[in-house]
Design a protein around this ligand. Structure first.
Ligand SMILES: Nc1ncnc2c1ncn2[C@@H]1O[C@H](COP(=O)(O)OP(=O)(O)O)[C@@H](O)[C@H]1O
Ligand SMILES: [Mg+2]
Length: 213
């Protein structure tokens, strides 16, 4: 299966989410590869190098790909390929979305983020991507419960799917990333638990999609 991480903006949490999912799916017994399509930044590739230097397990295969087509060819050799997209992907990420079983679009609570992502999701739909394949994920979250509620109401009005668990913005996660870890590998149990809950919700969704296919 293939999951694409798409946003027109940089810094919303695509690569953070890709590494969280990679680690958690590997732990669940899947063969997983991160396809680093952000060849300019190479965030996933650099993170993998830090992870390997730190000797962390499980090992996560990461490879840079210049094109979506080449990355998608890996899907035959892995149970899951995570397409870690660049900001401003070609055609709004249409190629990535088309090849994928699930499209994850990270966003914050602010309208600056939400509006841009909703617009990007609509563009994907207009180019033929089914709405059911597109799911938003609240990432790098620092806001209050009322902000969470307002953002969810906004997405409900926009008829956009969003996962219940969120990935909070935390210094411990940032420091973990620096050390080659994913959010679910941070030593604070509460942080781990919440990150794992997000990965589990996405995994359950994938499992259901797999069974339906
Ligand atoms: N939950 C989080 N808590 C703290 N820092 C985060 C979190 N998620 C991402 N970051 C940091 O924010 C920056 C941007 O995140 P990243 O995943 O690279 O975004 P994108 O891939 O969308 O450009 C990176 O420095 C990353 O380490
Ligand atoms: Mg990135």
């Amino acid at each position: 299966m293939i999951i694409a991480l798409i946003s027109q903006k940089g810094g919303v949490g695509k690569s953070a989410l890709a590494r969280l999912l990679a680690v958690e799916f590997v732990r669940a017994g899947w063969q997983v590869k991160i396809a680093d399509l952000d060849t300019m930044q190479g965030t996933a590739t650099k993170w993998k190098a830090r992870r390997d230097r730190a000797g962390l397990q499980p090992e996560i295969p990461v490879e840079k790909f210049a094109t979506v087509e080449r990355a998608v060819r890996e899907a035959g050799r892995f149970d899951l390929v995570l397409l870690d997209g660049p900001a401003h992907a070609e055609q709004g990420g249409r190629g990535m979305a088309k090849a994928s079983d699930l499209v994850l679009m990270p966003t914050g609570y602010g309208l600056d983020d939400l509006e841009a992502q909703v617009e990007a999701a609509y563009e994907l739909e207009e180019s033929g991507i089914e709405r059911g394949k597109i799911w938003f994920v609240f990432c790098r979250i620092t806001g209050s419960a009322s902000e969470d509620q307002a953002a969810r109401e906004y997405l409900q009005r926009a008829k956009i799917n969003v996962f219940d668990p969120v990935l909070h913005e935390l210094p411990s996660i940032r420091q973990g990333h620096n050390a080659g870890k994913a959010a679910s590998e941070i030593s604070f149990p509460a942080v781990q638990e919440r990150a794992t809950a997000l990965a589990a919700a996405i995994a359950a969704h994938m499992q259901a999609a797999k069974e339906a296919a």
